[in-house]
Design a protein around this ligand. Structure first.
Ligand code: NAD
Length: 473
């Protein structure tokens, strides 16, 4: 059994002042795999003080110094990539394919931030003024459990590239992953205080970060409900906030789309990370006239999805992260039936033989209308809702009729028409005829999917504030 009883403050592993403990459960077996001691407000304030002291000199560091630190972090995380994958599979239950991808992203976050920083214009003219893009002070980083290492690394890398220091509060459910990541960061031998890591509850450590006057910015990824709490709390001290929140992303199949390609892609996008993905395409919009064909292909594609132990290379859906998340997903499957949707495949309960863990059955509902809760609320499990539309205008109307706006997908045979539809969708990213990855492209949401953007130049700018300097001559 793992015992994680220290936090990381001012370049050292230290015993926290907090005494509350929490059990960590393996979602594949429901066995207790560890126990973590949680930090409290006192620990958070110590971490903020260390980051503030470090910031007093780090804000004037050269880009060369920052690049050196980022390179050391990169090398240290890469050296433990195998450990990071294995602990993520064990603690979170992510599939091997997904965990390997996430750890690759975590590693790549450091050279990405370096590259963006090195080509960024930190000083630029504006008429007779000179504008300096200044860092925002100590940054509070708060992250969720569904891709912990990637969120922590990408936010920390950008904060350091901007000239900020950081206090990181990862999800309390990711303590084993956090431990290994912290050991990596420690091995990079950065000056003390540049980053500090406090395991703890959101309503304790997260609230203190949000409240504290010495935090200049919060970079948060998580649920929309918590994002709103943070935005409200941050307003008191006018902290800058970047909020990466939930989604209910539409996937529009135009009537000239090649369904043989588009439907397997739709299933993949809906069920990525066992459905625990903010950008999952969970509302599939199908032209009325092609519904029967879509249903046939959906049954075929979903029947072929392998649910099983997350460590197996062939597994496509693993367990959900916790009992609570499992019950939440089961509740939505029951709700879909009660709301009158037609259960095309899947349903309540675990797949046969997988009763030991929190394994869900990949589920598809047809006959869904956009007023049903299963079409409006983020479920965060492998549950896909299929809706029909009459024409392109109707598809655009239904796709945009949502509180969210993180991601959207379009498939169609005529690229110009698909682009025209994509142009009208209210979403931070739109994928046409495929799934893509571009680290320089901004990532973030419209509407209740968040505030601000991450990655690339847009992501670095979110950690900076313009200061205009004017003088005679
Ligand atoms: P969550 O909002 O419950 O928790 C996220 C983090 O916030 C955790 O570290 C938690 O401890 C902390 N927290 C909780 N209450 C807090 C408070 N009052 N003040 C400050 N911090 C607090 O989210 P989760 O369940 O860990 O993750 C799932 C959610 O994250 C989903 O809604 C998903 O869509 C979203 N998400 C969004 C993105 C994105 O980039 N847009 C990516 C991944 C996940």
């Amino acid at each position: 059994m793992k015992r994680i009883h220290q936090i990381y403050v001012n370049g050292r592993f230290v015993d926290p002042h907090g005494t509350e403990t929490m059990q960590l459960v393996n979602p594949s077996t429901r066995e207790v795999l560890g126990v973590v001691t949680l930090g409290d407000e006192h620990d958070t304030r110590d971490a903020i003080a260390a980051a503030k002291t470090a910031y007093a000199t780090y804000d004037r560091s050269t880009l060369e110094e920052r690049a050196t630190y980022l390179k050391r972090l990169h090398d240290a995380v890469r050296a433990r990539s195998r450990d990071l994958v294995e602990v993520m599979i064990e603690e979170f239950g992510g599939t091997r394919f997904f965990c390997e991808d996430i750890i690759r992203r975590a590693i790549d976050a450091f050279p990405h931030a370096t590259e963006v920083m090195q080509s960024f214009q930190f000083v630029r003219p504006a008429g007779k003024a000179t504008v300096h893009m200044d860092p925002l002070g100590v940054v509070g980083i708060i992250t969720p459990w569904n891709a912990s290492a990637a969120f922590v690394c990408s936010k920390l890398a950008m904060a350091l590239a901007a000239g900020s220091t950081a206090v990181i509060k990862p999800s309390e459910l990711s303590a084993c992953q956090t431990q290994i990541l912290t050991e990596c960061f420690h091995a990079a031998e950065l000056p003390p205080g540049l980053f500090n890591i406090v395991n703890g509850r959101g309503d304790v450590v997260g609230t203190e970060l949000t409240r504290h006057p010495d935090i200049g910015k919060i970079s948060f990824t998580g649920s929309t409900a918590v994002g709103k709490t943070i935005a409200r709390g941050a307003a008191e001290t006018m902290k800058r906030v970047t909020l990466e929140l939930g989604g209910k992303s539409p996937n529009v199949l135009l009537d000239d789309a090649d369904f043989a390609q588009a439907i397997p892609l739709a299933v993949m996008s809906a069920f990525m990370n066992s459905g625990q993905a903010c950008l999952a395409g969970t509302r599939l919009l199908v032209p009325e006239g092609r519904l029967d064909e879509a249903k046939r292909l959906l049954v075929q594609a979903v029947s072929a999805v392998r649910v099983g132990p997350p460590g197996d290379a062939a597994t496509q859906i693993g367990p959900l992260v916790t009992q609570k998340q499992y019950e939440r997903v089961q509740g939505y499957i029951r709700l879909g039936i009660e709301e009158g949707a037609e259960l095309l495949i899947g349903g309540e309960g675990p797949p046969p033989g997988l009763e030991a863990g929190y394994f869900p059955r990949p589920t598809v509902f047809t006959g869904v209308t956009n007023d049903m809760r299963i079409a409006r609320e983020e479920i965060f499990g492998p549950v896909l809702s299929v809706l029909t539309f009459k024409d392109d205008e109707d598809a655009i109307r239904i796709a945009n009729d949502t509180d969210y706006g993180l991601q959207a997908y379009v498939s169609g045979g005529d690229p110009e028409r698909a682009h025209r539809v994509a142009q009208r969708l209210v979403a931070g990213r739109v994928f046409i005829n495929g799934l893509f990855d571009e680290p320089h492209a901004p990532f973030g949401g419209f509407k209740q999917s968040g505030l601000g953007r991450e990655f690339g130049t847009y992501g670095l700018e979110a950690y900076l504030e313009p200061k205009a300097v004017m003088a005679p001559g």
